[in-house]
Design a binder for this molecule. Structure first.
Ligand code: BES
Ligand code: MN
Ligand code: ZN
Length: 507
């Protein structure tokens, strides 16, 4: 990953390939943001006027490249928009800083070193800029450039970021950067897993990644293979996975802290490819379905981040991994599965597979009696229709917990919205044959799925469900620190939730 350092050098003295500065939207045109004073001086104090003449007004997402004047040790200055200038005594919005740093890092793909001179008023601004730069620099190049003689795959991400204006000896600033590095690294690892094509990232391969990482950083890991899953009665996971040549896995990966007072369970939907099964998805709906393990990727990344941060809380990740394929051995619409909980499910649509693997994992996670369970899943197209492709839905059996997660997501710059679990929709999943069907009414399909999951959560356990079907995989043009493809949605929210649980500060 991109290297990140705190530098005490002045903006005019540091040698780099480019210098990144901020420009805000002022009442009378662009305003040069704090941190870029020396750069403005090199422009004879006319930087704002130059930007104005170039049509740069400071809007979010704006990236303007300027040739550097004599007096700077860089060839290019990159001015990134920060949105409206904050009122007196207020600071720049953290998410605006994160996105601006990300946009700059994206504009610097292929470069070696860039200095970032954005406004860093406090430690949280340092975290935001550091995270934005490291997330924006991300590129998935593992499968590109295979025919090149130098063996270099595609255009490489910006190699080095020097943050100017932070205080390298300040404890808080140092911690802010360390946290940003860990979180961004893990978000990028989730992105890599999501982007890895499904012929390579099978359930077995994903489990092997978890095992290798666990070994490396000293986490406990346990993998149930198809034999153990059958023996254990995991009818949901087996029912989804048995149509594939690539058998399913249930991975348990746990981080424990000797002084932990609370425990969290994160449960991730890990469908490494969702063809729909016998209820096959039509063309146009299956091209991006390698992303259907984004929940498991987020859970895995969050557990590893919690461990690397040394949080005083126990966090267990459950990855419900299976490939949903049609074949002679696949579950049919009409089949009845016996779930790990003992409940029977009539499978009416094999494309509603996420709730089947999650049902088993939720029951299993409940057996350990954690203080809360959060599941993360690309569960329904209905949630994408409801909230669009940048916002995830939050459902919960506890209104206060749902509100906490919503606020935490907002704090870390992830868009989310609380959604209800209307009890009346439960009866639309009534089955004449089994205890429940895996489908109900189409209207409110995301909530129906949430109600299905709720049936598998242990009595009295606080639980929330994040449906990330919209934001998990970005198909449009990159923006801010969000690339095309896997985004790492929910990782930052889960990590902050673990931090808040560790400090007993859930709001
Ligand atoms: N993995 C899909 C949901 C999805 C859709 C994720 C779009 C990301 C983008 C899920 O398994 C699915 O197919 N859900 C069905 C459920 C239906 C059959 C009840 C859906 O939403 O159409
Ligand atoms: Mn499906
Ligand atoms: Zn799916």
């Amino acid at each position: 990953m991109t290297a990140l350092t705190l530098s005490t050098a002045g903006a005019a003295t540091l040698r780099a390939d480019a210098l990144v500065i901020g420009v805000a939207k002022g009442a009378k045109g662009p305003v040069v943001a704090p941190g870029a004073e020396a750069v403005d001086k090199a422009f004879d104090g006319k930087l704002a006027a130059v930007l104005d003449a170039l049509g740069a007004g400071g809007a979010e997402g704006e990236v303007t490249k300027l040739p550097a004047p004599a007096g700077l040790k860089v060839p290019v200055v990159i001015a990134v928009g920060l949105g409206s200038e904050p009122e007196k005594n207020e600071s720049f919005d953290e998410e605006a800083l994160r996105r601006a740093a990300g946009a700059a890092a994206r504009a610097l793909h292929g470069a070696k070193k860039a200095a970032f001179a954005l406004p860093l008023e406090d430690a949280s601004a340092v975290t935001a800029v550091a995270e934005g730069a490291l997330l924006g620099a991300y590129a998935f190049t593992a499968y590109q450039g295979g025919d090149k003689k130098d063996g270099k795959n595609g255009k490489q991400p910006l190699a080095e970021v020097a943050l100017l204006g932070a205080k390298p000896r300040d404890k808080e600033h140092k911690a802010a950067v360390e946290r940003a590095k860990i979180v961004a690294t893990e978000v990028n690892i989730a992105r890599d897993l999501i982007n890895t094509p499904p012929n390579d990232l099978t359930p077995e391969a994903f489990a092997a990644v978890a095992q290798a990482t666990a070994k490396e950083i000293g986490l406990k890991v346990q993998v149930l293979d198809e034999k153990a899953l059958t023996k254990g009665g995991y009818g949901g996971i087996m029912g989804v996975g048995k149509g594939s040549e690539n058998p399913p896995r249930l991975v348990k990966i746990s981080y424990t802290h000797p002084k932990a007072e609370k425990s969290l369970a994160f449960v991730g939907k890990g469908i490494t490819y969702d063809s729909g099964g016998i209820s096959l998805k039509p063309a146009g709906h299956n091209e991006t379905m390698k992303c259907d393990m984004s929940g498991a990727a987020a859970v895995f990344a969050a557990v590893v981040a919690a461990a690397k941060l040394g949080l005083q809380v126990n966090v267990t990740g459950w990855l419900a991994l299976a490939e949903n394929m049609p074949s002679g051995s696949a579950t049919r619409p009409g089949d009845v599965l016996r779930m790990y909980s003992g409940k029977t499910v009539e499978v009416l649509n094999t494309d509603a597979e996420g709730r089947l693997v999650l049902g088993d994992a939720l029951t299993r996670a409940s057996e350990e009696n954690p203080d809360a369970i959060v599941d993360v899943a690309t569960l329904t197209g209905a949630m994408v229709l409801a909230l669009g492709d940048r916002t995830f839905g939050i459902m919960s059996n506890d209104d206060a917990f749902r509100t906490s997660i919503h606020e935490i997501a907002e704090e870390v710059g992830e868009a989310s919205w609380p959604m209800p679990l209307p009890a009346d929709l439960r009866k639309t999943m009534d089955s004449p044959t089994a205890d429940i069907a895996n489908m109900g009414v189409r209207m409110g399909g995301g909530l129906v799925a949430g109600l299905f999951l709720q049936e598998f959560v242990g009595e009295g356990i606080t639980w929330a469900h994040l449906d990330i079907a919209g934001p998990a995989f970005h198909e449009g043009a990159p923006y801010g620190y969000t690339p095309k493809g896997g985004t790492g949605s929910a990782v930052r929210t889960l990590v902050r939730l673990a931090e808040r649980t560790a400090t007993g500060d859930l709001g």
